[in-house]
Design a protein around this ligand. Structure first.
Ligand code: ARG
Ligand code: ZN
Length: 848
């Protein structure tokens, strides 16, 4: 069942062009697919096309209808026997987009026809060589009801309108750039839109359109602004301009992922397009900016140069995530962006990399490719590109990227091809560096310091995790940014070390006194540093690198929480150092991050056997101590930044909201009337969703009676805004209230909830699965609930179901009692009749 990277074979055919006709109806859709095909390997006779759920109506070769003896239909395959060297093949088949709940291929989101073809959705639309190294010219005609579907879109340029029918109409699109089938897209609907224009650096005018459900047009402006900023940024930073006359984006409510970079016709989860200050948080606005940029950047890193096969996914995803991270850093605060990116990496990717589903950024095998759109392929992949950038430096990196674009434009290539271009313009050990693509797990680096006669040395020892099959892996090669500070806190030196050996000593001479080490600055390498005797309190005060200053705070807090778990004593040095942070005069968004204590996910990664109750208790204890000791200062911070009220999206106001809401959340552990009043007032007077949702969350977790009033008010106000209802469900499912599971079960019957809409499932069921205290309840009720949901949702949408399976990844780090409960539930799920290969693959790994 599994596919292997080592089995890759070049295709024996080229599909030079494909002409598609879609006839859309309410019950079914007819697809007529005419392809011009040539053999690229003369020794083959038969043509085997990928075809899933194929209902074949007509099949002809060079205009001759084929006898049944000339072809074979198997599960997921259509084989045409004895084909000539060059020919035209025409296939007509029937599909049912209205019944497609998997949201892959052609489906309906509400009243909108739309597609999602990456990685292998196209084969359920029409038979094809559905692999990314087959690149063809696409011409697409869509015919549909004029009233219901006035807007008909596909890739490329609109070349013809067909108006000569009564109730129906049609449009023909042609895409001049050859592309793989996974980038094909089609949209039909009665859509609203906003339009704008961008002139490229070469002087070409590009029409920009963002489509959405009627009535949401005013929520598309931020996305449009982000799109134009991305287009400009790619020209300036990478010299890459857009290459069609039109760029369309469509927002749909039912979408499995964030968005999709289909050539000239991006399709988005509406959560990453629609925003205004009444319904979207500051974080939502940032998310939109970054996803819009991500999909736009794919036009060069993904579409013009694509992947040879799906094992190369990180070629386009790691690189494009790195590009969107740099873009966001340029648009906003670079130091905050870096911390946010690392935080996300550690919360999701580090956990994945320590679990039975861990895999290298370039996996060797998969059962369902959909399971490999992971934090590892994306985020760790981006960190690997960032290391290349650090190794080369800005100038050489740009040269290397130019070389990459020049050499491989129009091709489907591999990560080795990319690294070749990088290595041509840089000086690093290519073979050693490639290990990042083949090895899984988070490497560790142990630091041992010594100081003698003015000479300071650090002995750095790599600890490389075994791979998932228990095989030994090798040491890594990377750039390690570091600095040395003297005892007054001034910087003596800043340097990038090249780590290439398992163990190595670096020596620094002529020092008056033992310096303080600041290591892995900017998080230059995605590893875990094991400190000997790190001076966290000192670095919290003096580190000149904002990332390692943040890191020192986190590490000191983690150490403090671990000590509380062990001995219940609170380290006063940490509490004092934390007090110092409260007085720091720094960017307020950055300060809000500094003041945040480590998440449950961060603490659990330190535990051999995870004990969630102990983690929550220790966190609460530390937070309570801090809130009590610094109550006045926190109240001051709150008050100073709360007024004057503003809904402005300027960085200054976003920062004020961030720091004020951080203070409110810390204070909320006091659970007193004063805080309840602040939260109530903030809820009632809030001008932004950011303030409103934080207040609502605080109220809910204060367990005060006003919470019910606020929740009801919120529900009434927003019940018709599905994106806001996602937030509502998430708050309730993440609540600390003892009866949270009961409420989640009840909410599933709420008329706003719809199990077919992935966003809603993720906010209700997904949030509950991350509510560790309740999900891991000792009576097994959380596990049973999720297992039942997985079985149910797997029948509707296997991708969403397998995503939920991920909550069980921590199984082998739990205590025996919980492990047994999890295994019992997972065994029940895996033996379910007709379970998808998506869910099977994940559960099988966890159970092994
Ligand atoms: N290429 C898309 C992006 O990175 C994601 C597509 C994910 N598709 C999937 N079936 N998992 O923006
Ligand atoms: Zn992507």
């Amino acid at each position: 069942k599994a596919k292997y990277l080592k089995d890759y074979k070049k295709p024996a055919y080229a599909i030079e062009s494909v002409d598609l006709l879609f006839e859309l109806f309410e019950e079914e859709t007819f697809v007529t697919n005419t392809m011009q095909i040539k053999k690229t390997d003369a020794s083959v006779n038969d043509l085997t096309l990928d075809a899933v759920n194929l209902e074949l109506l007509e099949l002809s070769l060079n205009d001759l209808k084929l006898q049944e003896s000339r072809y074979i239909i198997e599960e997921e395959k259509l084989t045409v026997l004895n084909v000539p060297d060059a020919f035209e093949i025409k296939i007509k088949n029937k599909i049912y987009p209205q019944d497609n709940t998997e949201l892959e291929g052609l489906y309906k989101s509400g009243d909108i026809f739309c597609t999602q073809n990456e990685p292998e959705g196209f084969r359920s639309i029409t038979p094809f060589l559905d692999r990314p190294d087959i690149m063809s010219l696409f011409t697409t005609t869509i015919l549909a009801d004029k009233k219901k579907y006035p807007v008909l879109l596909s890739n490329g340029n609109k070349i013809k309108c067909h108006e000569d029918f009564k109730e129906r109409h049609g449009v023909t699109w042609h895409d001049p750039h050859p592309k793989p089938s996974y980038l094909f897209a089609l949209v039909a609907g009665n859509l609203g839109s906003i339009s704008d224009e961008f002139t490229t650096i070469q002087g070409n005018k590009v029409a920009l359109n963002i489509y959405c459900d009627l009535g949401n047009e005013q929520k598309c402006h931020h996305a449009m602004h982000s799109l134009k900023a991305s287009m400009k940024w790619d020209e300036e930073k990478y010299g890459r301009a857009y290459d069609l006359d039109i760029y369309n984006i469509v927002a749909v409510d039912s979408f499995n992922m964030g968005a999709m970079e289909n050539k000239g016709l991006n399709i988005f989860n509406s959560a990453y397009v629609l925003a205004d200050t009444d319904t979207a948080t500051d974080a939502n606005f940032m998310g939109i900016e970054s996803v819009i940029a991500h999909e736009y950047f794919h036009n060069w890193t993904g579409n013009r140069i694509t992947c040879r096969d799906w094992f190369q996914l990180t070629l386009k995803e790691g690189l494009t995530v790195f590009r969107d991270q740099c873009f966001s850093a340029d648009m906003n605060s670079a130091q905050v962006q870096r911390i946010e990116d690392v935080k996300a990496l550690r919360e999701r990717q580090f956990v994945e990399d320590a679990s039975p589903t861990r895999h290298p950024i370039q996996p060797e095998s998969y059962i369902s490719m959909n399971n490999f759109y992971t934090a590892t392929v994306y985020e760790k992949g981006a960190e690997v590109i960032r290391m290349v950038y650090t190794l080369l430096g800005e100038k050489n990196y740009r040269q290397a990227m130019d070389l990459y674009f020049e050499t491989f434009d129009g091709q489907a290539v591999t990560t080795d091809d990319f690294l070749w271009a990088m290595h041509e313009c840089g000086d690093f050990d290519l073979e050693l560096f490639k290990r990042w693509y083949k090895q899984s797990g988070t490497p560790r680096l142990h630091v041992k310091e010594s100081f003698e006669n003015g000479t300071y040395s650090i002995l750095l020892t790599q600890k490389i995790p075994d791979d998932v099959d228990g095989k030994k892996q090798k040491p890594c090669y990377y750039p390690l940014k570091m600095g040395l500070l003297d005892r007054d806190g001034s910087e003596i030196l800043a340097k990038t070390l090249i780590i290439s050996k398992e163990s190595e000593t670096f020596v620094f001479e002529n020092l008056k006194e033992k310096p303080v080490l600041s290591i892995n600055r900017d998080f230059s390498v995605p590893i875990i540093v094991e400190y000997g005797e790190a001076q966290f309190a000192f670095l919290m005060k003096y580190d000149t690198n904002s990332f390692t200053q943040y890191e020192a705070t986190q590490n000191f807090a983690l150490r403090t929480i671990s000590e509380i778990i062990e001995s219940s004593a609170i380290n006063d040095d940490f509490v004092d150092a934390y007090g110092h942070l409260l007085d720091l005069d720094v960017d307020l968004s950055y300060k809000a991050l500094l003041l945040e204590l480590p998440s449950v996910s961060a603490v659990m990664q330190l535990q051999k056997e995870i004990d969630f109750d102990a983690i929550y208790d220790a966190q609460d204890k530390l937070l309570l101590h801090i809130a009590q000791k610094y109550k006045e200062k926190l109240l001051d911070i709150y008050k100073q930044n709360h007024l004057p009220a503003s809904a402005s999206l300027e960085a200054k106001y976003i920062a004020k909201r961030a720091i004020k809401n951080r203070a409110l959340k810390i204070l909320s552990i006091l659970k007193n009337d004063e805080v309840a009043e602040l939260a109530q007032k903030q809820y009632e007077e809030s001008l932004t969703m950011t303030d409103r949702i934080v207040a609502l969350d605080v109220l809910e977790n204060l367990h005060v009676s006003y919470a019910e009033v606020a929740l009801q008010d919120f529900y009434n106000r927003y019940k018709d805004e599905t994106l806001v209802m996602n937030k509502y469900f998430a708050i309730l499912a993440s609540s600390s209230r003892y009866d949270v599971l009961e409420r989640v079960e009840k909410l599933q019957r709420d008329k706003v909830y719809d199990e077919k809409v992935p966003n809603l499932v993720r906010s209700l069921v997904g949030s509950f699965a991350r509510n560790h205290k309740h999900f891991h309840a000792k009576d097994g009720s959380g596990y049973k609930f999720l297992a039942d949901k997985i079985i149910e949702i797997d029948k509707i949408n296997p991708q969403i179901a397998s995503g939920l399976c991920g909550a069980f990844k921590v199984c082998d780090k739990m205590n025996k009692h919980n492990q047994d409960l999890i295994k019992k539930e997972l065994s029940r799920v895996i033996s379910t009749q007709g379970l998808s290969k998506n869910s099977f693959e994940i559960i099988d790994k966890i159970l092994k």
